[in-house]
Design a protein around this ligand. Structure first.
Ligand code: SAH
Length: 482
């Protein structure tokens, strides 16, 4: 989920405060979007919000099998929640500059002026950029000819701090009259706190390239979530719906039942948000994430929040877990709780087999795709973990996506032995074998956990097991009552 492709907006995690049922029926406003059909981003246009939640509950129920599914937590106001907005730039038949989303299944741009689920400040900034192109003689990029400069604009807004990052995705690192451009944009939108030029010179369906040049400000935004402050760089994943993320994380922490004594793994950790939220209630946390940009942010975030009982590893989550599980028992840390929050494609058998071998008491599975969640829960069931409860959270109103957080508890006696309910056996030999088969090929540019640059940075935040916060400081850390 850290990377995005054309044609489909990134949809990640989803929700309503149980205590605050959705109050408005947004059927009317839903009907107002003039490009709903062509865009295809909001599959539930015209459906009342209550019905949307009901549809999502049914879908989740169908996918997850025998587990208690709670009513989805929806939003009080389910409009304009997306804190990340992408616009593709191009020209219409008459040669006018247009910006918007790709028509579903194609690379034809559907012009979008106002979107009912996107942050309105972001839409206004994109409109201003569109109007500036002519006077700055900036051509939009043409995918077929490879001619032109501006491909996309991405705007990220921080819910709590109000910071705004504008990323201009260009086909080349040279933006003519860049200082004037930056000044004109900032004059029109003084709320902008940073502007970055992202170079995407490849013929690819990825929106962002790897290289970022800061034109103004810090080059990232900072946001606050569940009592911590996070830096979020252009290429790092961050949940798109800030209000619902808080709800989601609080449920995840509640499910984990942490007492301050636990060793916790935050797998697929992104910029470290779940791990750092959990760290206040645990002995130590280990975060694992594949995207190097997100790991850099996570390390900076741990320092920023003075979170000393957390360490991060840049690695494939399955490979990391397998290596941990294969360590001799006396050398490996005992894992009490695993949080896992994989991308839409779900997790892997290697990952789950390794979890089984590590035998944590609880697994808290956060998922943005009920289908892959259902598949993975089945695999957990067969290997001695029982899904106890599933809380859908509506992070993506008006779309058919839904986020879920599921508590799984260990039923077998030991990951190495057959579970009491006749579940399968996971052996070291099995994960040695399946690991090789499942491990994704590394792309060039990926950094392995053993690479020097990262180890150096990692050492700064890594602490020895047991050297986390003291019991006294933990009890003063304001444990949340759930
Ligand atoms: N838990 C984070 C991020 C969730 S999105 C949060 O709540 O913000 C899923 C994350 O998994 C992304 O950051 C993505 O870069 C990462 N990811 C994708 N494939 C991975 C893999 N094979 N191993 C580890 N991390 C992976």
């Amino acid at each position: 989920m850290a990377t995005e492709t054309y044609g489909k907006k990134q949809r990640n995690h989803i929700t309503t405060h149980a205590s605050k049922p959705p109050v408005k029926d947004h059927k009317k406003s839903a009907d107002l979007c003039p490009v709903a059909k062509k865009c295809g981003g909001c599959q539930l246009q015209g459906v009342s919000y209550e019905k949307q939640l009901e549809k999502k509950r049914k879908l989740v129920k169908e996918c997850v099998g025998d587990v208690r599914v709670l009513s989805p937590i929806g939003m009080e106001d389910p409009l304009h929640y997306r804190n990340k907005v992408h616009a593709a730039f191009g020209r219409d038949r008459k040669g006018n500059v247009i910006s918007g989303v790709y028509e579903s299944g194609s690379h034809r741009i559907v012009p979008v002026e106002h979107c009912m689920i996107e942050d309105e400040r972001a839409d206004a900034i994109i409109a201003t950029i569109r109007s500036m192109l002519k006077s700055f003689k900036i051509k939009t990029y043409d995918e077929d000819s490879g001619y032109g400069l501006l491909r996309h604009v991405m705007v990220r807004t921080a819910h709590a701090t109000g910071e705004i990052l504008v990323v201009l995705v260009l086909a080349s690192p040279i933006l003519p009259a860049k200082n004037h451009f930056v000044k004109a944009l900032r004059d029109a939108h003084p709320q902008i706190t940073s502007i970055v030029l992202n170079v995407n010179d490849r013929n690819t369906s990825m929106v962002l390239g790897e290289r970022n040049i800061v034109l103004y400000g810090k080059g990232y935004i900072e946001d606050e979530l569940c009592g911590n402050r996070y830096r979020i760089s252009p290429n790092s994943f961050y949940q798109v719906n800030a209000l619902q993320t808080k709800v989601l994380y609080e449920k995840a922490i509640e499910y984990a039942k942490l007492t301050g004594q636990e060793t916790v793994i935050d797998a697929y950790c992104g910029i470290g948000t779940i791990g750092m939220t959990a760290a206040a209630y645990a002995k130590q946390v280990i975060g694992v994430e594949l995207n190097p940009s997100a790991v850099k942010d996570a390390i900076a975030n741990a320092k920023r929040n003075a979170c000393k009982n957390i360490s991060f590893y840049q690695d494939d989550a399955g490979a990391y877990m397998r290596n941990l599980a294969l360590l001799p028992k006396e050398e490996r840390v005992h894992v009490d709780v695993v949080f896992m929050d994989p991308p839409r494609s779900g997790s892997t058998e290697t990952f789950i087999d390794s979890v089984v071998l590590l035998a944590p008491k609880r697994v808290v599975y956060i998922s943005c795709d009920p289908h892959t969640l259902g598949r993975d829960l089945d695999y957990f069931r067969k290997n001695g973990y029982r899904p106890v409860e599933c809380q859908p959270v509506d992070m993506f109103p008006f779309t058919d996506d839904v986020e879920n957080v599921v508590l799984l508890e260990k039923t077998g006696t030991d990951g190495m032995r057959r579970g009491s309910n006749g579940t399968k056996t996971v052996t070291r030999t099995k994960i040695e074998r399946t690991g090789k088969k499942n491990e994704p090929k590394r792309k060039s540019g990926d950094v392995k956990s053993g690479d020097r640059g990262y180890q150096k940075e990692l050492r700064k935040t890594r602490t020895a097991p047991g050297s986390g916060r003291s019991k006294a400081s933990k009890s003063q850390s304001g444990k949340r009552s759930h």
